[in-house]
Ligand binder design. Structure first.
Ligand code: ZN
Length: 204
């Protein structure tokens, strides 16, 4: 009897554990996915925050009649380099926001190796800037909207993951893409209108 009871109890207990096991698993899964989602949100909010800073610089470029691209370099949650496009002002085709931001960051660190640094740019970095990011040893590139004309991450080529390069970049695109895209569209629309007005004036 005793052993029968024990064995029945053991069976019930085992069944009980088995019955509850999926609950525990699902609770565990829920907890893990909640935690993963939480950290994902924190990281994405960080990216959005720093992209907002880059967007402010892009607006500054816009106000100065430059193609509105802004960039910041971040290390340990601190901005250590800022830049916005200045090709017209400096008469320099290489005066892109990212180049200026990375050079400024290297000056801040007094080191050209920007290890563990994140480059945020409102526009997909061009072939030149992404090559420079590799040389500067940037760890992660985060950009806003894609650049179908010169983009060196996905649009024209992917220079971030070339096998023979000893340094590879991680890339995240599409952060605040709508804002950087609408800024670019507004700038080029304005330029087009101005050019049309000028050619109209010339015909009068
Ligand atoms: Zn560039």
């Amino acid at each position: 009897m005793g052993s029968g009871f024990d064995s029945q109890a053991a069976q019930l207990s085992a069944r009980g554990s088995m019955d509850r096991a999926p609950d525990y698993e699902s609770v565990g899964c829920r907890f893990d996915s909640y935690r993963a989602r939480f950290f994902y949100q924190v990281i994405m909010n960080n990216h959005k925050h720093f992209m907002s800073q880059a967007l402010k610089l892009a607006e500054k470029a816009y106000q100065q009649g430059e193609v509105p691209v802004g960039a910041v370099v971040v290390k340990d949650h601190q901005i250590i380099g800022r830049g916005y496009n200045q090709t017209e002002l400096l008469k320099d085709a290489s005066a892109h926001a990212e180049m200026i931001a990375m050079t400024a960051a290297a000056q801040t660190l007094k080191n050209w190796r920007l290890t563990d640094c994140i480059l945020y740019s409102t526009l997909e970095p061009c072939l030149m800037c992404i090559s420079a990011a590799v040389l500067f040893r940037i760890s992660l590139v985060v950009y806003g909207t894609e650049d179908p004309k010169f983009g060196g991450c996905v649009s024209l080529a992917n220079l971030t993951q070339i096998d023979k390069l000893n340094h590879k970049l991680a890339v995240i695109g599409g952060i605040q893409a709508d804002k950087s895209k609408s800024l670019m569209q507004a700038f080029f629309r304005e330029r087009r209108d101005e050019n049309q007005k000028k050619s109209g004036d010339n015909h009068e």
